[in-house]
Design a protein around this ligand. Structure first.
Ligand code: URA
Ligand code: SF4
Length: 261
């Protein structure tokens, strides 16, 4: 953190409802272990078998991917709204394409739509979305202004389960093309599913935080998923640190200080 960030920090903490938490600088013995942060998260558990079971034959998948890579925003939107490339299409009410500034510096990537998003067709509009909006406000960002919000999968997994590997793989060309079109300066992966799919790594969120990763050359930071934060106040304080790290990283990039990243 830089010098004058103390004031910004205080403001952000208020936005996130974290003021009393911030003084707990050292993790206490009672804090959950990093492993607990990823507990209950079975992303990737489907593994190779799930991919083989769901994905289209390789040639077809490549054709589809190539087609998607040539799409503009309108074409991409249309394609997603009619997509049946994985089993998640069967039970969706609305596809959830993504929302925001198509030229944003910031891209936040979640996991997949929940019930509210499935009903409204917009990402992060339920409880977790309210927290995400507060997190954005904490760093002076607002949905739609210099921020784009998307998910790993565009259709709701039943009962809010994690997307299976094959589903994430089928949907990946859409997110990839969105990223190509947006050209964000920084990607924030919200939670393990986003991190695992964007970084092709099965590491825990706790171990991936606080580092600048790359997605096809674009700097990427990992933090906890807002739905997880709703259940864990202590991790909220860590998410706050991650946001500060993200702000500082983007600032360094904009100052042409990429060498330090
Ligand atoms: N959780 C997500 O990962 N994405 C949403 O859009 C909503 C909840
Ligand atoms: Fe298509 Fe993605 Fe929906 Fe699967 S989740 S049907 S790949 S849009």
């Amino acid at each position: 953190m830089t010098e004058n960030s103390a004031e910004r920090r205080a403001l952000m903490l208020r936005e996130m409802g974290l003021t009393p938490q911030w003084h707990l600088r050292q993790p206490s013995a009672a804090m959950p272990t990093p492993a607990a942060a990823a507990a209950g998260d079975s992303a990737g558990a489907g593994g190779v078998d799930a991919v083989a079971a769901v994905a289209a034959p390789e040639g077809q998948a490549q054709d589809r991917s190539g087609r998607i890579m040539g799409m503009d925003w309108a074409g991409l939107r249309n394609d997603v709204s009619a997509c049946t490339a994985c089993a998640l299409h069967a039970r969706r009410h609305k596809t959830v394409f993504g929302v925001g500034d198509e030229n944003a510096d910031w891209l936040f990537v979640g996991e997949g739509p929940g019930a509210d998003e499935d009903a409204q067709g917009e990402p992060f509009v339920g409880q977790a979305g309210k927290l995400l909006d507060s997190m954005l406000a904490a760093i002076q960002l607002k949905r739609g202004h210099n921020v784009y919000i998307a998910n790993v999968v565009k259709c709701r997994p039943p009962n809010n389960r994690n997307p299976e590997a094959g589903e994430a793989l089928a949907c990946e060309p859409y997110l990839h093309r969105q990223i190509e079109l947006i050209k964000p300066k920084l990607i924030v992966a919200l939670g393990k599913v986003a991190a695992v799919n964007l970084l092709a790594s099965d590491a825990s969120v706790a171990s991936m935080r606080n580092k600048v990763h790359r997605y096809r050359g674009i700097p990427l930071i990992v933090t906890y998923h807002p739905a997880y934060l709703l259940r864990s106040l202590q991790e909220k304080a860590r998410a706050w640190e991650d946001l500060c790290f993200a702000v500082d990283t983007l600032q360094a990039l904009q100052n042409g200080d990429a060498g330090s990243i």
